[in-house]
Ligand binder design. Structure first.
Ligand code: ZN
Length: 154
């Protein structure tokens, strides 16, 4: 294993062990639930959308190390971003995990740790589950009570 792969691995393990933004978002007004039946991953994303900006985003649920670390890193990456920027980042992340050329991926920041996932097609769904769920949450109707939208990865 190269030094870079080892570094990527340790970031994923760290986020799996100590997930960031775990729980429910403050004043959540968008919620969605995502499921990846192939692996048994389940994630609930709640966020507070203020105008066009994601002021808080958190996740809960259970699943494999990849899905959990991805949800943790995703929340860290999109917190404070506009809906448009978050969706654009998802496009870039999706290209990365599908093994497409992302030109070094500097704009992806820490998300590049999922680069190796492209070699394991089954894991692509684990890595992108939180992002698909985020997109579903952003597209959902504003809510006052908690009634999650549901999405299943294809
Ligand atoms: Zn998984």
């Amino acid at each position: 294993m190269s030094d870079l792969q080892e570094l990527y691995q340790s970031v994923i393990l760290d986020h799996n062990r100590k997930p960031r933004n775990f729980g429910a978002a403050d004043g959540a007004n968008r919620v969605a639930e995502g499921k990846n039946p192939l692996c048994g991953d389940q994630v609930l994303i709640s966020l507070h959308l203020d105008g066009d900006r994601i002021t808080d985003v958190k996740f809960s649920g259970h699943g494999c190390a990849i899905s959990k670390a991805s949800a943790s890193l995703m929340t860290t990456a999109v917190k404070g971003k506009t809906r448009t920027d978050a969706e654009a980042l998802f496009e870039r992340f999706h290209a990365l995990v599908l093994g497409q050329d992302v030109g070094g991926g500097k704009d992806l920041g820490q998300l590049v740790v999922f680069e190796g996932v492209s070699r394991f097609p089954v894991r692509v769904k684990c890595a992108s589950l939180a992002w698909h769920t985020l997109k579903a949450a952003l597209a959902s109707e504003a809510i006052v009570t908690t009634s999650p939208a549901t999405v299943t990865t294809e």
